[in-house]
Design a protein around this ligand. Structure first.
Ligand SMILES: [Zn+2]
Length: 423
C-alpha cells in the first residue's frame, strides 16, 4: 500500500468520525421567534434533538443532508385547539366533538404538537389518554373539560363540573395535561367558566373558554375583563357575536384592556367560529391573535378552515407579518401552556421542525360562513421532522434515484421470490 493510499484511508476514517449529526437541513431560512432568528440558517439534528444551528454546517458532518433551499424552516407547529379524541367503533360512547385521528392531520401540515381542547372531561380523560394520547406519533397534550364527559354532546357540557377531580388528574398526568376547558355553555350564569377557573387555580394551569351561547345575562366583555385570569385563553376570538369593531370603526377599548390584563386571544377557527368581518378590520388595526389554532374536527377539516397552514395563510393575507404568524403558531402557544421546552429550535431542544414553501400568487380563502378573502401568499408544508425523524416529506427530499438502486430492490429477500410467468 502506498503512502498516499494510507493517507486517504486515514482521511476517510476521520471524515466518518466527523459525522456528528444524523441529519442536516441545508439552505433554508429559519424563523425561530424565541431565539429571535429570522435568517438563512442550517439546522442539524442528532438523537432526536437539535445538535447545531449555524449559517453554514458542512454536509460532511452529517449522515444525511436534505437540501431545503427556498423553504422557511420553523419549529414544529403547536396547534393549541384541536379535537383528537377519536375512538373508532366507539364514537357514540366516548369520542368528543367530532374528533379526528391526530396523525392523519398533524405532520402533513407541519404540526408536531396538538392540544386537545376539552374533548374529554374528567370522567373519560383516562380513556382518552390510553386510546389516543399514548398511541399517537403526534405529541398530543390535553385540556380537560370541566364537564365530566366532555364534548360527547352539548348536553353533557352543561353539568357535572368538578374542579377537584380535574386538579387530581392534572397532578397524576402532568406530562400531558396542560389546561382546563369550558365550552358550549348555554345557561345564563357563569358556573362553567368560574368552576373551570377554580380548576385552573387548583392545578396551576390555564383555562380555555369557548364562550358557547352568547347571552345578555353574561356579556363577552365581562368574560375577558373580569372572569378570565391573566394567561387564560379566549378561543374563537373572531366568532360572529364577539363585539370587535365599534360604531367609530375602531376596536372596542375593552379588548385592549383584556389584552393588557394578559388574557390570551386564540383564533380557534373551527366550522363556525371565524368571520372575516371581525378578523380583517382587527388585524388591519394591528391587533394580532396571540395564538393561531384550527379547532380541527370533522366539521372544520374540509370546510373553510382546512388546516394550520391555511389558517396561518389567512392571517398573513390580512397583514400579520410572517414572523408573527410563526410566533403565534410555535413559541407563543408553548408559553401559554407552560411547555417552554417546545416551540423553538435551540440546540438541545426536541428536533420538531417544519419546512414551508411560501407560495406567491392569487389565493382564495373562505371563513366559516363562506365569505371570501383574496390573498397573495400561501404556506404549504413540504417537510416535517418529529423528534428528528422525517414524518412528512412532500417533495421526496433525500430519496434515492430509483435507477441507481439494485434491479431487485423492494423485495424482502428472506420471504419473497420473483417467479416469472411461464412462456
Ligand atoms: Zn373546539
Amino acid at each position: 500500500m502506498s503512502r498516499i493510499a494510507v493517507f486517504l484511508s486515514t482521511a476517510a476514517l476521520f471524515a466518518l468520525g466527523a459525522q456528528q449529526h444524523d441529519l442536516l437541513l441545508k439552505g433554508g431560512h429559519l424563523i425561530d421567534p424565541k431565539n429571535n432568528i429570522d435568517a438563512r440558517m442550517d439546522i442539524a439534528v442528532r438523537g432526536g434533538r437539535v445538535s447545531a444551528v449555524a449559517a453554514n454546517i458542512p454536509p460532511s458532518t452529517a449522515r444525511l443532508t436534505l437540501d431545503v433551499t427556498g423553504l422557511y424552516l420553523t419549529p414544529g407547529l403547536i396547534d393549541l385547539h384541536a379535537h383528537v379524541y377519536f375512538t373508532p367503533g366507539n364514537k357514540d360512547a366516548w369520542a368528543g366533538d367530532n374528533s379526528v385521528q391526530p396523525d392523519s392531520f398533524s405532520f402533513r401540515t407541519g404540526v408536531t404538537t396538538m392540544v386537545d381542547a376539552g374533548s374529554s372531561g374528567w370522567r373519560n380523560f383516562e380513556n382518552f389518554r390510553h386510546t389516543v394520547i399514548d398511541r399517537a406519533d403526534t405529541r398530543v397534550l390535553a385540556m380537560i373539560n370541566i364537564a365530566g364527559f366532555g364534548m360527547i354532546t352539548d348536553i353533557t357540557e352543561q353539568k357535572d363540573f368538578d374542579p377537584k377531580a380535574i386538579a387530581a388528574l392534572a397532578a397524576k398526568h402532568k406530562d400531558v395535561v396542560v389546561g382546563v376547558k369550558s365550552a358550549h355553555y348555554r345557561q345564563p350564569d357563569w358556573q362553567s367558566v368560574d368552576l373551570a377557573v377554580e380548576a385552573g387555580r387548583l392545578a396551576n394551569i390555564p383555562i380555555m373558554v369557548d364562550f358557547g351561547y352568547f347571552l345578555p345575562q353574561r356579556p363577552y366583555y365581562e368574560l375577558v375583563t373580569k372572569h378570565l385570569r391573566p394567561g387564560d385563553i379566549t378561543t374563537h376570538m373572531f366568532r360572529g357575536p364577539v363585539p370587535w369593531i365599534g360604531p367609530d370603526g375602531k376596536i372596542y377599548p375593552y379588548l385592549y384592556e383584556a389584552r393588557k390584563r394578559g388574557v390570551i386571544f386564540d383564533v380557534g377557527h373551527g366550522g363556525g367560529s371565524f368571520v372575516m368581518r371581525n378578523a380583517v378590520p382587527t388585524l388591519a388595526q394591528g391587533f394580532y391573535p396571540d395564538t393561531i389554532s384550527t379547532d380541527l374536527h370533522t366539521g372544520s377539516m374540509n370546510a373553510g378552515m382546512q388546516d394550520m397552514p391555511t389558517t396561518m395563510s389567512k392571517m398573513l393575507s390580512m397583514g400579520m407579518p410572517l414572523k408573527e404568524v410563526i410566533r403565534a403558531s410555535t413559541w407563543k402557544p408553548a408559553q401559554v401552556i407552560k411547555r417552554t421546552e417546545l416551540g423553538h429550535l435551540t440546540v438541545g431542544a426536541f428536533a420538531d421542525i417544519a419546512a414551508f414553501n411560501v407560495m406567491n400568487g392569487n389565493f382564495g380563502y373562505i371563513d366559516a360562513y363562506g365569505a371570501r378573502l383574496e390573498g397573495k401568499q400561501r404556506l404549504v408544508c413540504e417537510l416535517t421532522l418529529k423528534n428528528g425523524r422525517v414524518a412528512w416529506n412532500w417533495n421526496g427530499r433525500g430519496g434515492d434515484d430509483y435507477k441507481k438502486l439494485s434491479p431487485t430492490y423492494g423485495i424482502r429477500e428472506e420471504f419473497d421470490h420473483i417467479v416469472p410467468p411461464p412462456r
